[in-house]
Write a protein that binds this ligand. Structure first.
Ligand code: TXA
Ligand code: MG
Length: 353
């Protein structure tokens, strides 16, 4: 399959959207930017299209897809028992990076929901996503547009690396703003439950609806706990090299990373370090050092995280050491992704000579 690459700012804007919309209506696949990560879109109510999405990603078909809509009213076409708290969340955070899980209506096929009786719905704020949904006239099922197990794409080039030849079209809307996937909140139980942390924090949700729980499987190291978002159980976002997170006091962390990187370099391995902007100077001689952004402005970290993990692959880094970025509001979501990428390999910095 020849994958069309296109940009909305091209002179042929109108034609591009018309073509993308037509592909979606015919059951084809179009990758497009959202404010979180790039999505791999297909008609959410067409089982054949969702089948194609799973195939293109190499994704297990028990892992349900998020349905993207362009106006709040669409929720009532897709979901049942939409309560007052849900309405408040939609009002507060849509359009934006919040996905809401609700009881599905019959029109949503099992292939889209991975056989679940619930459906995950999101109204993205990215103008390209909004226009595409509107012009196509379909609800767009869209997982992140990466091959299963790879970091989510935050640029059209990332999508191309993974999806060239596998899908009909990629719309290049430039680099995304947030860089990690939407917060998922399950509204089907008594208490709203966060199934995946993201830009919208538990505190922000609590401010709107009062009580909020966090799915214990997200934070626990106990792998026997089954996350309620099926996708959270897979090893995700993994770079090819072995990633280790080093926690602790700033200088102790740096000393430990320097020692570990030096050992691996001496053995002839390629190494990379991910650190706070402020700490770049601490890692001279550690191989490739990446400025991962600043904890003082966490979106600088989330926006570039997946791109850096991909870059570590591109340069063939066999051992990657990262500082911990646990701190402010989004630190929790950032660390959730980083810890998964590290396969839970976390050590304490310190005790250096
Ligand atoms: O930011 C995002 O949400 C991006 C952009 C493209 O919108 N999409 C995204 O989709 O991250 P994906 O497929 O990579 O992740 C969807 C997650 C998976 O963990 C999946 O298991 C969970 O949402 N999910 C989908 N439907 C669900 C449902 N009915 N109940 C529980 N979890 C659900
Ligand atoms: Mg994904």
């Amino acid at each position: 399959m020849n994958t069309i690459m296109t940009r909305p700012e091209d002179a042929e804007d109108e034609r591009m959207y018309a073509q993308a919309a037509e592909i979606l209506r015919r059951g084809g696949l179009v990758a497009f930017p959202t404010e979180t990560v790039y999505g791999l879109g297909g008609d959410a109510l067409n089982p054949e299209a969702s089948g194609k999405i799973y195939a293109a990603k190499g994704r297990p078909s028990d892992n349900p897809l998020i349905v993207h809509i362009a106006d709040t009213g669409s929720v009532y076409e897709l979901a049942e028992n939409v309560g007052e708290s849900t309405a408040k969340l939609m009002e507060a955070f849509w359009p934006g990076p919040l996905t809401i899980v609700l009881n599905k209506k019959k029109c949503v096929p099992d292939t889209t929901t991975g056989g679940l009786e619930t459906v995950a719905i999101r109204l993205p704020s990215h103008p390209v996503a909004m226009r595409l949904i509107r012009e196509s006239g379909v609800f767009i099922a869209a997982p992140s547009a990466n091959l299963s197990g790879r970091p989510s794409p935050t640029t059209a080039q990332h999508v191309r690396q993974d999806m060239d030849g596998r899908i009909d079209m990629i719309i290049d809307g430039g680099a995304v703003g947030i860089g990690i996937e939407s917060t998922i909140v399950d509204m089907t139980g008594d208490i709203p439950t966060i199934l995946r942390p993201g830009y919208v924090t538990p505190e922000m949700i609590r401010d709107i609806v009062g009580d909020v729980m966090i799915d214990p499987a997200i934070t626990s190291m106990d792998t026997a706990l089954r996350p309620k978002a099926p996708g959270m159980k897979y090893t995700h976002y993994a770079p090819k090299g072995e990633l280790t997170i080093v926690e602790g006091e700033r200088l102790a962390v740096a000393a430990t990373i320097r020692r570990l990187a030096a050992e691996k370099l001496a053995q002839g391995f390629g190494t990379a370090v991910l650190c706070d902007t402020e700490n770049v100077g601490l890692y001279e001689g550690c191989g490739q050092v990446y400025d991962a952004g600043s904890k003082k402005n966490e979106i600088t970290i989330s926006a570039g995280l997946y791109s850096l993990l991909r870059e570590c692959d591109d340069i063939g880094a066999q051992y990657i050491y990262s500082e911990s970025f646990e701190e402010g509001d989004m630190g929790y979501a950032i660390m959730n992704r980083l810890i998964k990428a590290a396969g839970h390999r976390i050590i304490k910095g310190g005790n250096e000579e």
